[in-house]
Design a protein around this ligand. Structure first.
Ligand code: FES
Length: 293
């Protein structure tokens, strides 16, 4: 069995696999971010939007220690194409691990492990208009999410934004799904000037459900608005992830009830908005649904 649906949350978890995946394409995007396409048939066959993979970083250095702590990087899936045996991730270079990954060339074989974590809820199990909201490196996972929901017959709209035009990672992949996209940037360099949360209360009047991914203050504002409006909302959380298997506790997310913690790698990274407690400000920016160096 490749996947299981949680009947309470309607989220999907998958049996992970490890495979060697040739690089099909690897291109630089805007400000320090890259689009990496891999031939990964087993992961593509199992993965669903919201899940992530762990990619072993090629050190490129003869004699590099095999216990190098930087060997695997968790990255959210941007596109999933089982018919073409392809997956795609988008990541930002923020440290040594991702800098090493950015040097991977076409044809190079990368060690991929996944899919991991819990997906967005199965869109076929709910009706009504779905609003996707993405900020910065939180945009890429919404490409496969939007395609999934649209294929299930949902009416889907995306509101995507970033500080600058060069930070709109993955927006082309979302637009390629055919989902209507509204773009905002804080400096007005692309789309309208503003933030993705501007006018959210009005949008929620015509929205049955929200899926969001991005920096924590953005998610906190969306969570607050959705809870106030009574709109079901799912948040893809960005957290540091070391193990990806629920062992290290490095990805803890406080429970809304203030009675402990959830782990983003196994309980998430996608959470129902009413089960987690978020910080409205002073949260470190991260990338995709997982933070890495
Ligand atoms: Fe180790 Fe989640 S990444 S417990």
């Amino acid at each position: 069995m490749a996947a299981q649906t949680d009947q309470n949350s309607k989220q999907v978890t998958s049996q992970w696999v490890r495979e060697t995946a040739p690089v099909l394409a690897h291109t630089a995007g805007g400000r320090d971010w890259y689009v990496l396409t891999l031939q990964s048939p087993q992961v593509a066959a199992r993965a669903l939007p919201g899940q992530f993979v762990q990619i072993a970083v090629p050190t490129g250095t003869a004699g590099a220690p095999i216990d190098d702590p930087l060997l695997r990087r968790p990255l959210s899936l941007c596109t999933i194409e089982p018919a073409a045996d392809r997956i795609r991730v988008i990541y930002r270079v923020v440290g040594r691990g991702t800098a090493l990954l950015s040097a991977a060339v076409v044809g190079q074989r990368l060690d991929v492990l996944g899919p991991l974590g819990r997906s967005f809820p199965d869109p076929s199990l709910q009706g009504g208009a779905l609003l996707l909201i993405g900020g910065g490196l939180g945009i890429p996972p919404l490409a496969c999410a939007g395609a999934w929901a649209a294929a299930a017959g949902r009416s889907v709209t995306a509101v995507l934004g970033a500080r600058h035009a060069g930070d709109l990672a993955g927006i082309a992949q979302v637009q390629a799904t055919g989902v209507p996209v509204h773009v905002l940037t804080e400096d007005g360099g692309a789309g309208r000037r503003g933030r993705v949360t501007d006018g959210l209360e009005q949008r929620l009047r015509h929205t049955a459900e929200v899926w969001a991914c991005g920096p924590e203050p953005m998610l906190a504002a969306i969570q607050s608005a959705c809870l106030h409006a009574g709109t079901p909302c799912w948040l893809s959380m960005e957290r540091p992830m070391a193990c990806g298997f629920g062992v290290c506790a490095g990805c803890s997310v406080p429970k809304a009830a203030d009675d402990g913690y959830l782990k983003a790698c196994v309980d998430g990274p996608v959470f129902a908005a009413n089960v987690v407690r978020l910080m409205a400000a002073n949260a470190a920016p991260a990338q995709s649904a997982t933070t890495t160096d």
